[in-house]
Design a binder for this molecule. Structure first.
Ligand SMILES: NC(=O)c1ccc[n+]([C@@H]2O[C@H](COP(=O)([O-])OP(=O)(O)OC[C@H]3O[C@@H](n4cnc5c(N)ncnc54)[C@H](OP(=O)(O)O)[C@@H]3O)[C@@H](O)[C@H]2O)c1
Length: 415
């Protein structure tokens, strides 16, 4: 096995990496990895451990893995048994300095942040590539205009508190936490982040993994305020979720069931079974049936895709039904104002990500109860190591992820 307790200690020594690949390395390839300690793990994977002079040497090694036809599972800079990064005050992060294709995302060593008096330093174990991330990466707008204002992307995290500022009361070292940094901070594509203790952070439910904890807030911090607060969802109501297989939709289906609704999920053919398994009473395949034309009516129609506007859905709403959408347009804004002054069917939109942190924290604490009792679970489509985040972006921007795409940041060191 690898010697985790005896790492090099000189700061000017090359960084030591651990590369985990799927399957046992065939003897014919062993010479390719000269200088690396090769461990054939009991679970059938192979762990390569050894010094790597620089990033180009690292890329050369990863290319060899690919050339040997093997699947890369994770790449990590070696950490001691105590979990300390040997490169003092440095951390791995995915950095971008210009807007563009996924190739603008670069793995770099950057300064590790230090918590201010009111902040917690979190060692991030898992984060996600949310559907918004590729747009923020590619185009000026939400994260600056001439160049990215924040050079590290990422909204959602799960990890362990490594240090706290002197005024912090809510958290202590070693707490396992999860949460959402928000547009003003971003920064979760990294090994560490500092967040104010009153940020959108809560203790991670003990029954779920870090990956699941990183995945849940994305959909949950949107679906909950939409259904409960905007839609005033009630037991016995008929609720339709359009986009039921996405990050928001998968949680919306489960929450609507929790609130006692009769739930119809709309998704593509391949996701019908998955949406049913989340508790949907009925599913509609949008490639075969247009729900706005099937004669059914609903108390709430929640459009998480944005391609079925109120004008199309109106006839499928009950007399006092409400149309909710996560993808607002100037027209829906006007319709929301207009319908708020008239009787009958209503329209409601929200920018849930921009709400104050204390609201989100309250919701995370509420959700913890549902998670611990198994009422809500995360749907994870794929996981990628941090180093392959560009691949994750390509997958997410294709527009058909199921639930969430998770990024393992410190794969295997904390569980
Ligand atoms: N307003 C807010 O506060 C707020 C908050 C969060 C998210 N959002 C927005 O809400 C939207 C959904 O977010 P998300 O995280 O759930 O995205 P997501 O995980 O990518 O899910 C989108 C879903 O849309 C479905 N879809 C794709 N093309 C479709 C089509 N032509 N017809 C019907 N369904 C289609 C996909 O299902 P299939 O693969 O089955 O087609 C996919 O599961 C995004 O635009 C996001 O920016 C807004």
């Amino acid at each position: 096995m690898t010697n985790r307790d005896n790492p090099p200690t000189e700061p000017n020594q090359p960084a030591v990496y651990q590369i985990r690949i799927k399957g046992h390395l065939n003897e014919q390839w062993v010479d390719w990895f000269e200088g690396m300690n090769i461990t054939l793990e009991e679970n059938g994977n192979t762990l390569l451990t050894g010094p790597v002079i620089d990033q180009s040497a690292l890329h050369g090694l990863l290319k060899k893995v690919r050339d040997a036809g093997m699947t890369l599972l994770s790449v990590n800079q070696y950490h001691s048994a105590k979990g300390e990064n040997l490169m003092k005050n440095q951390m791995k992060a995915i950095v971008y300095t210009k807007f563009g294709s996924p190739d603008v995302l670069e793995l770099k060593e950057v300064a590790k942040p230090t918590p201010k008096d009111n902040e917690v330093l979190i060692r991030i174990v898992a984060t996600t590539v949310a559907v918004e991330d590729p747009g923020i990466r590619a185009r000026p707008g939400l994260n600056g205009f001439l160049k990215p204002k924040k050079s590290i992307l990422g909204f959602y995290l799960a990890g362990e508190v490594e240090a706290v500022g002197k005024d912090v009361k809510r958290f202590k070292k070693s707490d396992k936490v999860y949460g959402n940094t928000g547009l003003g901070l971003l920064g979760t594509y990294a090994e560490y982040i500092c967040m104010p203790e009153d940020g959108a952070l809560a203790m991670k439910p003990v029954s779920i993994t870090y990956e699941e904890a990183a995945a849940l807030p994305n959909g949950a911090l949107t679906a909950l305020p939409f259904l409960r607060d905007k839609g005033n969802i009630q037991s016995g109501q008929k609720v339709l979720i359009h986009g039921a297989s996405g990050a928001v939709g998968t949680i919306a289906v489960q929450l609507a069931k929790y609130f006692g609704a009769d739930v119809t999920g709309v998704c593509s053919t391949t996701n019908l079974e998955m949406v049913k398994s989340l508790g949907a009473d009925k599913v509609i395949d949008y490639t075969k049936e247009d729900f706005t034309k099937n004669g059914q009516t609903y108390d709430i129609i929640f459009d998480t895709v944005g391609n079925n506007p109120f004008s199309r859905c109106k006839g499928s709403l009950t007399e006092n039904g409400i149309y909710l959408t996560t993808v607002p347009s100037p027209t829906t804004m006007f319709q929301m104002l207009w319908t708020s002054r008239t009787g009958g069917r209503k329209v409601a939109i929200a920018a849930t990500g921009l709400r104050p942190s204390n609201e989100k924290t309250k919701e995370l604490i509420f959700l913890n109860g549902l998670i611990e009792t198994g009422k809500i679970k995360a749907v994870i489509d794929r996981s990628y190591p941090l180093e392959q985040i560009a691949e994750a972006h390509k997958y997410v921007e294709a527009g058909h992820k199921k639930g969430n795409v998770v990024i393992n940041v410190t794969h295997g060191y904390l569980s």
